[in-house]
Design a protein around this ligand. Structure first.
Ligand SMILES: Nc1nc2c(ncn2[C@@H]2O[C@H](COP(=O)(O)OP(=O)(O)OP(=O)(O)O)[C@@H](O)[C@H]2O)c(=O)[nH]1
Ligand SMILES: [Mg+2]
Length: 324
C-alpha cells in the first residue's frame, strides 16, 4: 500500500518548538559569532528538512496508479492536498533561502549584530511556518485517513464480486479463499470491503467483495460511493456479477439483471470482462447466466473460479509488470 509509509506530519508549533529549542542547545555549546551561526544553521536545517520530509514520502499524484488516485480522492480532496503539499515545499525552500541570506549578513559581523540578525532570521522563519500551519494540518489529516487503508494492490490481478445484497457474494468469497480473508474498513462504506486471496499457477489473485458499492443503480449512489466505484473500475481485471434467481435475496431477477447490464456497460469501457453467475442453483437456475453454482452444495463453484482466472488472463510465465 503506497500510503502506508507516510510519516506523521508535525504541526507548525511542534516544528517551531523543536527547531528553536535544538538551536538554543547548540548555541549554548559555543560562544560569540560562532554560537549565533550554529543556532541559525541548526534551526533552519531542522525546519527545512522536516518540511521536505513531509512532502517526499507522498506519491506523485500526477503519475500514481489511477486506482490509488480515485481511492484517495474518495477520502480526501486530492486537489487541495496537492496544493498544500506544494505550499509545504515552498516553505521548505523559503527557510533555506532565509538561512543563506542571514549567513552572509552575519559573516564577519560582531557578536551583538550577529545576534540581532539571527533573531530576525528566526522571526522570519517562524512567519513562514505559521503561514503554512493549515497546510500542515490538512496534510496530516490526509495522511491519517489514508495510512490505514486496506492492502489492495493494483499490480496484482483483482476479481471484483458484485451483485445485489444477499445473493451470496460473501459466501462465495469465503468459500474460495477459506481463512485468508480480511475485512477491511473503508471510510466510504459502513460494511467492510472484504479482500480475499487465492493462488493459481503461482499467481496470487485478490478477490474483492464490495458491499454497498456496486449493489445499487448508479443514480442511488452518493458522490463518494461513485468515486469508490470508479476506483474499483480501475482496479478490476474481471467482474463476477452474482444473481439469485430464487428471489430469496429479496430482489426480483429482472431488477438484478438491469443492474448487471449497467455494471457490464461500465466495465466494458475498460475492456474488463463481466461474468454473470447464477448462485443458489440448489433453489433455482431460472436465469440467463454464464455459470450456475451453489455455495450450499458446492456445485459449480470451482468452474466459476476457473472462469474468473481465465477472464483475468494472466500468464504464469510473464512477470507482473508486463501482464495485460
Ligand atoms: N440456498 C442457498 N443459499 C445461499 C447460497 N449462497 C448463499 N446463500 C445464503 O444467502 C444469504 C446471503 O448470503 P451472503 O453471502 O451474505 O450474501 P451477500 O451477497 O454477501 O450479501 P450482502 O453482504 O448483504 O451484500 C445467506 O443466508 C447465505 O447462507 C446458495 O448457494 N444456496
Ligand atoms: Mg456480503
Amino acid at each position: 500500500m503506497i500510503f502506508e509509509s507516510l510519516p506523521t506530519t508535525p504541526r507548525s508549533e511542534e516544528l517551531l518548538d523543536k527547531a528553536f529549542s535544538r538551536a538554543a542547545r547548540s548555541g549554548r555549546a559555543k560562544s560569540g559569532l560562532e554560537a549565533q551561526e550554529s543556532m541559525l544553521q541548526t534551526a533552519s536545517s531542522i525546519l527545512s528538512d522536516n518540511l521536505e520530509n513531509v512532502v517526499t514520502e507522498w506519491p506523485d499524484f500526477g503519475t500514481v496508479d489511477p486506482f490509488y488516485y480515485e481511492l484517495a480522492d474518495a477520502i480526501v480532496d486530492v486537489d487541495e492536498l496537492r496544493q498544500s503539499l506544494s505550499e509545504v515545499t515552498w516553505a521548505s525552500r523559503q527557510i533555506a533561502e532565509i538561512r543563506r541570506e542571514y549567513q552572509s549578513k552575519m559573516r564577519k559581523s560582531d557578536p551583538d549584530t550577529a545576534r540581532k540578525h539571527r533573531k530576525q532570521a528566526f522571526a522570519r522563519m517562524a512567519d513562514i511556518v505559521e503561514e503554512i500551519a493549515d497546510d500542515l494540518l490538512r496534510v496530516g489529516e490526509a495522511r491519517d485517513s489514508l495510512k490505514n487503508l486496506p492492502d489492495i494492490r493494483p499490480n496484482e490481478p483483482a476479481i471484483v464480486v458484485a451483485g445485489y445484497p444477499n445473493v451470496g457474494k460473501s459466501s462465495f468469497v469465503n468459500r474460495v479463499t477459506r481463512a485468508s480473508n480480511e475485512i477491511a474498513r473503508y471510510p466510504f462504506t459502513t460494511k467492510g470491503v472484504q479482500i480475499g486471496h487465492f493462488e493459481r499457477d503461482r499467481i496470487r489473485y485478490q478477490i474483492i467483495d464490495t458491499p454497498g458499492l456496486l449493489d445499487r443503480p448508479e443514480e442511488d449512489r452518493n458522490d463518494i460511493e461513485k468515486q469508490a466505484a470508479s476506483a474499483l473500475e480501475h482496479l478490476a481485471d474481471a467482474v463476477l456479477f452474482v444473481v439469485d434467481a430464487s428471489g430469496a435475496c429479496g430482489y426480483p431477477l429482472d431488477v438484478q439483471m438491469e443492474l448487471r447490464d449497467a455494471v457490464a456497460a461500465r466495465f466494458a469501457e475498460r475492456d474488463v470482462p463481466v461474468i454473470t453467475v447464477c448462485n443458489k442453483s440448489d433453489r433455482s437456475t431460472d436465469a440467463e447466466a454464464d455459470y450456475y453454482m451453489s455455495i450450499e452444495t458446492d456445485e459449480g463453484v470451482e468452474e466459476v473460479l476457473d472462469a474468473a482466472v481465465d477472464a483475468v488472463g494472466w500468464s504464469p510465465d510473464i512477470p507482473p509488470s508486463r501482464q495485460e
